[in-house]
Design a binder for this molecule. Structure first.
Ligand SMILES: [Zn+2]
Length: 266
């Protein structure tokens, strides 16, 4: 995807983005930052792989809300680690972006929504799945939550893991995708998928499995060491008034993760 700046009648190529990164970052009206300058996407021409942008100075950035459908294609390894059942294998990720959020810089406060019209994308890749199976320590931690809290708690654990894992995997946060399932149809339990954002995978799922204990322990450390009071973009994500967690989301995740990990180590 070639990025073309058309500010004040110009026609300058300012950058290039590979398709996996582009699909969730670039869409009509998306805010695109390039070398400290802010641009708005005025026209996304998928057919010719051109994205036309113009300079802007709005006080927000955009974040696509992606609906992901995951299908397990093949399981290569099943093991137990970190108090849960771990599965490594091939998955098919279908993603559809239909809406985006406008988030204020720094606070990540939601200041509006917009529509996106893009075709569905399919990707065959590798994943490591943390299955919170019944009877496992992670499964017991899930069962201790109210039914309505399971989704938000898993989603926030996903945010936390996505913030922490790149340090251990030596990758960019965009190189991994995370998706939570309150009740996964394949495993018939709550599950957290961590998958490679590049078709075919590049070894990140396997690397994640070898470092899983360290990644989860560092996740709890990051959460507890974060100076925010109720969650922020650097840890479990900012507070969201539409979410179903009663009280402080950071405390809820701390409680859940500590229950899962302390039982695992004891
Ligand atoms: Zn924080």
């Amino acid at each position: 995807m070639i990025i073309v700046d058309t500010t004040r009648g110009a026609h300058d190529v300012i950058g290039e983005m590979d398709r996996p990164s582009a699909k969730e970052m670039i869409f009509d009206n998306a805010i695109y930052i390039h070398r400290g300058t802010q641009y708005v996407v005025t026209n996304l021409d998928l057919e010719n792989r051109r994205c036309y942008v113009e300079q802007t100075d709005v006080n927000y950035f955009t974040d696509a809300l992606v609906k992901r459908d995951i299908k397990v294609l093949e399981i290569d390894e099943r093991t137990a680690a970190a108090g849960c059942e771990i599965v490594v294998g091939d998955i098919l990720v279908r993603s559809q972006v239909a809406k985006f959020k406008k988030l204020r810089y720094q606070t990540h406060e939601n200041v509006g929504y917009g529509e996106i019209s893009l075709p569905e994308e399919e990707m065959h890749t590798r994943a490591v799945v943390l299955v919170f199976s019944e009877g496992s320590r992670a499964g017991t931690a899930v069962e201790s939550l109210d039914a309505t809290e399971i989704g938000p708690a898993l989603s926030r654990i996903g945010t936390l893991v996505r913030n922490v894992a790149p340090v251990f995997l030596l990758c960019d946060p965009r190189d991994i995708g995370v998706a939570e399932r309150v009740r996964d149809p394949h495993f018939e339990a709550a599950a957290l998928y961590v998958y490679d954002s590049y078709p075919g995978g590049s070894g990140l799922s396997e690397a994640f499995l070898t470092r899983i204990d360290a990644i989860l322990a560092a996740s709890l450390d990051l959460l507890r060491g974060c100076p925010c009071s109720e969650g922020c973009p650097s840890c479990v994500g900012p507070r969201d008034p539409e979410e179903e967690i009663d009280g402080n989301p950071k405390e809820a995740v701390d409680h859940f993760l500590a229950g899962w990990l302390e039982e695992a180590s004891g």
